[in-house]
Design a protein around this ligand. Structure first.
Ligand code: RIB
Ligand code: CA
Length: 313
């Protein structure tokens, strides 16, 4: 089967980093056209540098990395060093990346790629605030029809928010961008906290990853041990939720997941609930069913896939 063309957009962040490693270890199924960085967990200067570090860690200095937007469309940037550490990928042995960041802006790269690749052949995989994707759609609306599908990590339903009581971080940081993406009318798969909070990086799972012995796996184990400390204390859970790699895992093995087509609308006005994702799971409105809301996953199968792929790097 022909490899799926993808652009991954994110804000590494340990979980974004693991998502990149999972994708780079899956070259038979995924053709990574490029990776774009956005401000989110940490400022843009760090998310783009971290992206280049992870590409080098995976031996993929060939993959081009593009720096995108350094702040949301309208709101001030909100970051999450309290979760991810000051570098954004605390927990691994950092090094200065050799591969340079591209001079082309990420938004222009996304536009150019969607204009030159055949229509309906490129999947967008955003795992941070949706500022880059929305900016590309605003600057060049003609590209929207060319997007094959979008698979994103963001939002929450019954789980409640992780940045406010109502909002998940990626959507909270740039709700205006999220509204643009959720209203784009292209096939949209959304993975929120209700699902990601069931894929916990427990010590046993981290040890299984470390035991594969590859440089990327050992770095992943270190990052996950750091990433765990905040959420295990906050939720009293046995491990931190591995949010972003659920996007690439769904592309690789959709049978591990359960989803439901429903309307998801974004709160963009109320300061109390801004960034809230109103997931109409039971169809109580007549709003357009714009998203495949993934709500369940085989966590054991997810970690088996992740561990097997990290062993390849
Ligand atoms: O709420 C979790 C999401 O916010 C993840 O993508 C994490 O990396 C942060 O970006
Ligand atoms: Ca992220």
């Amino acid at each position: 089967m022909k490899a799926q063309k993808i652009i991954i957009d994110g804000d590494p962040g340990q979980d974004d980093a693991v998502n990149l490693l999972l994708a780079m270890a899956s070259g038979d199924e995924l053709d990574i056209l490029g990776i774009t960085a956005v401000a989110g967990n940490v400022p843009l200067a760090l998310t783009e540098r971290n992206t280049r570090i992870i590409c080098e860690l995976a031996g993929r200095k060939d993959i081009k990395v593009y720096a995108g937007c350094d702040r949301p469309l309208e709101r001030a940037l909100v970051t999450a060093e309290n979760v991810h550490g000051n570098t954004g990928i605390d927990g691994m042995d950092l090094f200065e990346p050799q591969n340079p960041v591209q001079t082309q802006h990420a938004v222009d790269y996304i536009i150019e790629t969607l204009r030159t690749e055949p229509p309906d052949t490129v999947t967008l995989v955003p795992t941070g605030p949706l500022t880059n994707i929305a900016s590309a759609f605003l600057k060049a609306p003609d590209i929207i029809k060319n997007v094959q599908q979008i698979v994103l990590m963001g939002g929450a339903m019954r789980e409640g928010g992780n940045r406010t009581p109502s909002a998940e971080f990626n959507i909270y940081v740039d709700p205006q961008a999220a509204q643009i993406v959720f209203d784009c009318a292209r096939p949209l798969t959304v993975i929120g906290l209700d699902l990601t909070h069931t894929v916990l990086a427990t010590p046993a799972r981290i040890e299984a990853i470390r035991a594969t012995g590859t440089r990327a796996a050992i770095a992943t184990a270190g990052m996950l041990e750091f990433f765990n400390r905040h959420d295990t204390e906050k939720y009293g859970s046995k491990g931190g939720p591995l949010h972003d790699p659920c996007t690439v895992a769904w592309l690789l093995k959709p049978a591990l997941f359960k989803g439901k087509l429903c309307n998801i609308s974004i709160e963009t006005h109320s300061e109390l609930t801004i960034g809230h994702t109103a997931v109409d799971f039971w169809g109580v409105t007549r709003r357009t069913k714009n998203a495949n809301w993934l709500y369940e996953v085989d966590a054991k199968g997810f970690y088996a896939l992740l561990t097997e792929r990290l062993a390849r790097l």
